[in-house]
Design a protein around this ligand. Structure first.
Ligand SMILES: CC(=O)SCCNC(=O)CCNC(=O)[C@H](O)C(C)(C)COP(=O)(O)OP(=O)(O)OC[C@H]1O[C@@H](n2cnc3c(N)ncnc32)[C@H](O)[C@@H]1OP(=O)(O)O
Ligand SMILES: O=C([O-])CC(=O)C(=O)O
Length: 373
């Protein structure tokens, strides 16, 4: 059953057109350009899905090889950008680092014309993992990591730089799945931010920088990090249940649950959950996955709230040895495809986005001279 959408937050109001995705059309589904996300996650690499979203069709093998080669050739960072990253302290939030990195890239390699929107997007797709890992490894380990690796995929490139060794097959596959699941989601808050910015005919880097800021919050992309911070405190499934009941009694919001559009489930959850279980078995985990499953059961039993895409991403990323603060930047590495495609779509049929407000302030009144106030 579809969710009844009304009330504040522009809920249920049509704010534009898109050919990129459908969200919750039958109450739970997600499609990218007509393909079910489950089908894509099972059968594609992330780069195929990025090609689908950005260039309009699933690539042939030759197109995919060429696209991967192009992205591989764009992984390097300009010296001036590395210098900026080296000045950002280790206790900065990686989302702020990425926001700055994107903005700095716009200063160095700006979008001089909308004709190169595809190239600047590919460049960001290729070098965002480099930005995150260059800063992270420099600020945390004192290492100037080599960002121009020969890894086949964006996810492999990221894990290689982060851990200093190529990932195993399972981890690289999970990265493909994760990046596919996060790639696009209609008019969510960060994408809408990008579209509003695009509607003023601003440049791609500004649109993406703004979108990164919107994704950062815990009600949106930041929920995967917040979910991890919660579940890492649980020592067993029973402990998780006890803590969750306490949170519900105190009416706390539980990050990683609920959704603005889906009514019964988030289709991305069952997919990432399966991969999280595989990773739990790989690392011999006996606590985190079981505790996460118990949270899911308690939230459904008590509140009919379901896990969104973020909840089982937390344990999955943790099992791959990814630091919690890097969870939301991975979301950026993926959602960049959706943001950029929406910017291009907005530009192709643009009118400046400028809604109205119900005024709730004072009636008209004269200015009292300053000496009399
Ligand atoms: C990739 C993503 O961005 S997915 C979303 C990630 N965000 C989170 O996981 C944060 C936690 N979840 C939430 O805050 C919300 O569910 C949102 C922001 C995702 C959606 O917000 P809304 O559309 O306003 O939620 P909705 O209208 O379904 O809320 C219905 C009720 O359930 C409650 N509720 C919704 N989610 C939660 C939650 N995670 N924990 C506790 N209560 C919740 C709401 O407070 C609301 O109660 P109320 O009517 O008494 O105020
Ligand atoms: O659609 C939303 O509101 C949030 C979400 O799940 C996403 O952006 O992936």
């Amino acid at each position: 059953m579809a969710k009844v959408l009304s009330g504040a937050g522009l809920r249920g109001q049509v704010a534009g057109k898109t050919a990129l995705s459908t969200v919750g059309v039958s109450g739970s589904g997600l499609t990218y350009r007509g393909y079910d996300v489950k089908d894509l996650a099972q059968n594609c690499d992330f780069e195929e899905v990025a090609h689908l979203i950005l260039k309009g069709h699933l690539p042939t093998q030759a197109e995919l090889d060429s696209y991967k080669n192009t992205l591989r050739s764009m992984r390097g960072l300009p010296v001036a950008l590395k210098e900026v990253l080296e000045r950002i302290p280790a206790d900065a939030h990686p989302m702020d680092v990425l926001r700055t990195g994107c903005s700095m890239l716009g200063n160095l390699e700006g979008e001089s014309s909308f004709d190169i929107q595809g190239q600047v997007t590919d460049r960001m797709l290729a070098c965002f993992p480099s930005i995150i890992c260059y800063w992270y490894r420099f600020s945390h380990d004192g290492v100037r990591v080599e960002v121009e690796t020969d890894d086949d995929s964006i996810g492999g490139h990221f894990l290689h730089m982060l851990h200093g060794k190529k990932p195993n097959e399972l981890h690289e596959r999970v990265m493909h799945v994760s990046l596919i699941l996060y790639a696009e989601h209609e008019f969510n808050a960060s994408t809408f931010t990008a579209r509003v910015c695009a509607s003023t005919l601003s440049d791609m880097h500004s649109c993406v920088t703004g979108a990164i800021g919107s994704l950062r919050g815990p009600l949106h992309g930041g929920a995967n990090e917040a979910a991890m911070e919660m579940i890492e405190g649980f020592t067993s499934a029973d402990h998780a249940e006890e803590e969750m009941m306490g949170k519900l009694a105190r009416k706390e919001k539980i990050m990683g649950f609920g959704h603005a559009i889906y009514s019964e489930s988030d289709p991305r959850n069952e997919i990432i959950k399966q991969w999280s279980e595989k990773l739990a078995n790989e690392v011999g985990d006996t606590v985190l996955y079981a505790a996460s499953e118990r949270c899911e059961a308690v939230m459904w039993r008590e509140k009919k709230l379901f896990c969104n895409a973020d909840f089982f991403h937390a344990s999955a990323y943790n099992f791959m040895g990814i630091p919690t603060k890097l969870f939301t930047p991975i979301f950026v590495m993926s959602r960049l495809t959706g943001w950029a495609a929406h910017v291009m779509e907005q530009r192709a049929d643009n009118r400046i986005i400028r809604p109205s407000a119900d005024y709730t302030g004072e009636d008209l009144r004269p200015v009292t001279p300053i000496a009399e106030r």
